[in-house]
Design a protein around this ligand. Structure first.
Ligand SMILES: [Zn+2]
Length: 85
C-alpha cells in the first residue's frame, strides 16, 4: 500500500473504526465526492452506498473511485441519529 493510501486509511472516515460524523444521509454522497483522492487529489465518483455494521455501530460505507487515476477506496460515516430523538 502506498504511503498516501495508508494515511488516508488512518484518517477520519478511512476505516470503519474511525467513521466521520454526519448529520444526515443526504449529505454523505456530497461529502464523499468532495473528499479528494489521496494519491492524485482527483475527484471521486461514488460506486456504492451501503449500510454496514461495525462492532455494533451502524455505519454507512461509501465505495469511491478516483475519476483521474482510477484508484478505489472506502469512506465510512456514522449518522448522528441522536439528534432526531
Ligand atoms: Zn486519484
Amino acid at each position: 500500500m502506498r504511503d498516501q493510501e495508508r494515511l488516508f486509511a488512518l484518517s477520519p472516515g478511512g476505516d470503519a473504526a474511525r467513521p466521520l460524523k454526519a448529520a444526515s444521509a443526504a449529505v454523505l454522497e456530497v461529502r464523499a465526492r468532495q473528499t479528494p483522492c489521496p494519491l492524485c487529489a482527483g475527484e471521486h465518483e461514488l460506486l456504492e452506498h451501503a449500510a454496514v455494521t461495525h462492532e455494533g455501530v451502524r455505519l454507512r460505507k461509501l465505495s469511491l473511485r478516483c475519476r483521474r487515476c482510477g484508484s478505489e477506496r472506502s469512506l465510512y460515516f456514522q449518522l448522528e441519529e441522536r439528534l432526531l430523538s
